[in-house]
Design a protein around this ligand. Structure first.
Ligand code: PHB
Length: 390
């Protein structure tokens, strides 16, 4: 009898989500430390979404529970995710700036009955680690493939590739090489730097010595990218006529005031520019600026987070607030909408986002501010990395 009662209590507790009026979403990201501005952009995107769509989905109210993960730290990431699921009772996990942190959480999703909505981490393979992963950011394969064609079209035949030595860097290196060789160019040297590298002078010397006409680079956005672009300028590579091609992580808008003229003219390819000219983006930038306080701090993680919230709202709608991770993910496969970045779709097979990739050039506006000016669109790009891995 006692066991029956206990079982009944357990059933009520477990099934309570159907009646509960609060649905918790656990968001993990760098909210302190050197990458805090990237986490602040997650929060700005989330706040902007809730401010413009309300915090109610049907009868349910959404509540965001934040956890700070300042650096790439897979063990701590897993511990935080477990704590969010077990102690906080979150029904959704979201955020995750660095690839290793996202990877570490994929093994717990099935047992936790929790979808993972990735708002930044950009290594192709993450979505293959669990059928419960959906990604609203980008992959470095997706953003580094078009820039290879741009570089070759600019008359460049020899490139040196420099990337951070971890998932998204290795993917970026492979994507650029594949795209550039397809165009007939060659990568004369490929350097992989430890993620912790912050003195880039020796690298700049190797770039000069390589005889390459241009450098292709990927580092995760933050103090890393700011330091790298500064070093490119300060070590005389720009003056020597060595061109610079990269995915847009290297010229995120929040770095541009500190870079000033050093970044001027750099061409990058990326899924989002704060300057994107559309009514959806105008509304987004207004709401996200209000949320972040200083509009000059806005950068791409805000849009990954905003669209991630769109996906989570659709999941909650589809499940009527019940905790059913499989049903939730199923409901957003093939989902299309107009994001602040442009038209997007969650690819039903990979659960990664299909989107336009834009060629942009760092430009000085009449008022003296710097921005990424979109100059060409590569429409409806899927993830070439997943195709390459098959
Ligand atoms: C990642 O770790 O996947 C990552 C982080 C920052 C970026 C891009 C990718 O700018």
């Amino acid at each position: 009898m006692k066991r029956l009662v206990l079982a009944a209590i357990a059933a009520v507790v477990m099934g309570s989500a159907a009646y509960a009026d609060t649905i918790k979403v656990g968001v993990v990201g760098p909210f302190s430390g050197p990458f805090a501005l990237q986490g602040k952009n997650f929060k700005a995107g989330i706040d902007a979404y809730i401010a413009t769509h309300g915090d109610k989905i049907g009868d349910d109210t959404i509540e965001i529970v934040y956890r700070d993960l300042p650096a790439a730290d897979p063990a701590q990431s897993k511990a935080l995710a477990q704590e969010l699921v077990v102690k906080e009772g979150v029904q959704y996990l979201a955020g995750f700036y660095f690839t290793p942190d996202a990877m570490a959480v994929t093994p717990i999703l099935k047992q936790a009955n929790t979808p993972l909505v990735i708002m930044n981490a950009a290594t192709s393979a993450i979505v293959t680690k669990s059928p419960l992963v959906v990604r609203t950011s980008f992959t470095t394969w997706q953003t580094s493939t078009p820039i290879a064609k741009v570089a070759h079209d600019a008359g460049v035949e020899k490139v040196i590739s420099v990337v951070s030595d971890y998932g998204p860097g290795v993917d970026a290196e492979n994507a650029f090489k594949a795209g550039f060789e397809k165009e007939g160019g060659s990568v004369v040297e490929a350097i992989r730097m430890p993620l912790s590298t912050n003195d880039f002078s020796p690298i700049m010397q190797r770039i000069k010595d390589s005889g390459a006409q241009a450098v292709f680079a990927f580092l995760p956005s933050g103090p890393t990218t700011l330091g790298f672009v500064k070093a490119y300028n300060e070590n005389g590579l720009k003056d020597a006529g060595i061109k610079f091609f990269a995915p847009g992580d290297l010229t995120q808008e929040s770095d541009l005031p500190a870079l000033g003229d050093a970044a001027l003219g750099i061409q990058t390819t990326f899924h989002y520019a704060v300057s994107h000219d559309s009514p959806e983006n105008k509304a987004f930038v207004e709401a996200a600026s209000k949320a972040i306080g200083n509009p000059a701090e806005l950068s791409f993680p805000s849009v990954g987070a905003y669209d991630g919230m769109h996906v989570i709202y659709k999941m909650i709608e589809a499940t009527g607030g019940e905790q059913d991770a499989e049903k939730a993910v199923e409901a957003v496969k093939g989902l299309s909408w107009v994001s602040p970045r442009g038209p997007v779709t969650i690819d039903p097979e990979s659960r990664h986002i299909t989107q336009n990739i834009y060629l942009r050039e760092v430009t000085k506006a009449d008022d003296g501010t710097y921005y990424n000016k979109e100059i060409q669109t590569f429409e409806k790009q899927g993830d070439p990395g997943l195709a390459a891995a098959k």
